[in-house]
Write a protein that binds this ligand. Structure first.
Ligand code: HEM
Length: 489
């Protein structure tokens, strides 16, 4: 008992000393910190409370210059909502923060979680897999998967509100498996298990984040959350290992032929390119191949599915925007039911504005974190090396720079340059700088194709004001069932 009291007093004294000796160029401390615990109590609870808590932080940060310091237990962290300062940090410090290590048992040194030294060479090797020429060959898969989604949704038409998230994420997982792995998991059991395990593992990562006493791997190893995480890992790695073994056994020589899993489509899967690079140049070992595959599956399906789910809610709540998108689709694709061609995509400008506005209003990757490996000079402050910096992307997207209608869904703002903030750093849905999303073009191509098919077949109704949000690494609704659809005649 005495030892615990002594430990608490020592921590409190150390915390008070740190606060007193803070450099004057440091950003101000966010008010309301508890001794020893700092701002951690604001994070304890569930993932809805976490989302509300960080929204309060973002709102208050604008008045004090968009950069604040806070503490999680004994650890000082920075929170940034200023677009320019966020851009400076993204480009100066390329090392991901230690919080990303919570996902390493799953994604290892894949691009999202990887150490800078490994990321640098691997990103260079993997960039060609996302070249426009290769992405164009996926259009056949994007169209056939969109048609499948339209067919799957048919049973919900005219039946009132339903959980459309289930449909968009199963469909997006199948699409990424086809294009990235070259395997067809359409309607398979593995698909369902994988989707559920992904959802659960994100929850365990957030639970660990909220309870700072589990940040250490030693305490975490004793927790029940770790046991739940291990069960998810078994399913997730089982799927990537099964695919890898199968694909490696098919791989003869050093080159993979283009595949034609879906009739009428020919393309080279992302995994084929990785296997070729491993065979030709010894670029990746088996573990690294699996980590990249796991990263691409999760990075490529949960994100796009989430954006589509929120976009359907927003279009359903804004019928005038939905009819404008429908008119544009009719204009570009005609009255019939033809496929979306790659040349159509650049003509669907309103649809692209809808997607960008949806990603601004509901920023599905709302928070990024970088480790400051040097002191970083910002517009008004200098951040100290060694600390964690949270980039509140959702806060940047709601910055007063967006104008008085910042909280409204207005796709038109993207089509009238005068209505956008005079600062390119105010939109960061795919992150910014060298570690930005490698799949941005893939995502926009697949999401535009899917939306075009869905909107020309269904009229959506929804109510976005009923959506209660939670932060499970990504931004998600706490419960589904917000959308109804009617078949268009
Ligand atoms: C709307 C869809 C998407 C959104 C909003 C999105 C957003 C992001 C963001 C914000 C990051 C930075 C993460 C961080 O710094 O922690 C990121 C990184 C990444 N994304 Fe995406 N993403 C999307 C789709 C995709 C797709 C379709 C793929 C793959 C096919 C993909 C693969 C990746 C990878 C591999 C990285 C790590 C990049 C690196 O560090 O080099 N993403 N994404």
């Amino acid at each position: 008992m005495f030892a615990v009291a002594l430990f608490c007093i020592a921590c409190a004294a150390y915390w008070a000393w740190c606060r007193k000796n803070m450099k004057t160029t440091e950003p101000p401390y966010f008010p309301g910190a508890w001794p020893i615990l700092g701002h951690a109590p604001a994070l304890i609870g569930d993932s809805c409370k976490l989302w509300n808590g960080i929204n309060d932080l973002a709102n208050q940060s604008y008045d004090i210059g968009g950069v604040v310091a806070a503490s999680i237990g004994p650890r000082t962290v920075y929170i940034v909502t200023d677009p320019d300062d966020s851009f400076t940090i993204s480009n100066t410090c390329l090392e991901k923060d230690g919080f990303y290590d919570f996902a390493k048992p799953w994604l290892g040194e894949g691009l999202v979680t990887g150490k800078f030294s490994i990321w640098k060479s691997h990103r260079k090797l993997l960039n060609p897999a996302f070249s426009q020429i290769l992405l164009d060959t996926f259009m056949g898969v994007f169209n056939s998967q969109s048609r499948k989604l339209v067919r799957d949704l048919e049973k919900e038409a005219g039946k009132g509100p339903f959980d459309h998230w289930t449909y968009t994420r199963h469909n997006a997982l199948e699409t990424i498996c086809l294009t990235a792995l070259g395997v067809d998991f359409t309607d398979s059991n593995l698909n369902t298990q994988y989707v559920e395990a992904t959802e659960k593992i994100f929850t365990t990562i957030v639970e660990r984040f909220m309870k700072f006493w589990w940040h250490s791997p030693y305490t975490f190893a004793l927790s029940d959350v770790k046991r739940r995480q291990d069960a998810c890992l078994k399913i997730l790695h089982n799927m990537s290992n099964t695919v890898l073994q199968k694909r490696k056994s098919e791989f003869t020589g050093n080159v993979c032929a283009e595949r034609s899993i879906i009739p009428g489509t020919r393309f080279k899967a992302f995994l084929d390119l990785i296997l070729e690079l491993s065979a030709e140049k010894g670029a990746f070992n088996d573990r690294e191949v699996r980590e990249h595959v796991d990263t691409m599956i999760v990075g490529g399906h949960d994100t796009s599915a989430n954006v589509l789910m929120f976009t359907m809610i927003l279009l359903g709540s804004h019928p005038e925007a939905q009819e404008k998108a429908f008119a544009e689709i009719q204009d570009v694709l005609g009255d019939g039911d033809r496929d979306v061609e790659k040349t159509d995509l650049s003509k669907l400008v309103y649809l692209e504005a809808v997607l960008k506005e949806s990603m601004r209003v509901f920023t599905i990757v709302p928070v990024l974190a970088r480790k400051l490996d040097r002191d970083v000079k910002l517009k008004n402050y200098t951040l100290s090396a060694g600390r964690t910096c949270f980039l509140f992307v959702f806060g940047i997207h709601k910055h007063p720079m967006w104008g008085p209608d910042v909280h409204e869904f207005k796709p038109e703002r993207w089509l009238e340059p005068g209505r956008l903030p005079d600062n390119p750093n105010t939109f960061a849905a795919f992150s910014v700088g060298r570690r930005m999303c490698i799949g941005k073009t893939y995502a926009l191509m697949s999401m535009k194709t899917t939306l075009a098919h869905v909107i020309r077949n269904y009229r959506i109704t929804a109510d976005h004001t009923k959506v209660k949000l939670k932060l499970d690494v990504m931004l998600k609704p706490d419960a589904g069932y917000f959308v109804s659809i009617e078949k268009r005649t």
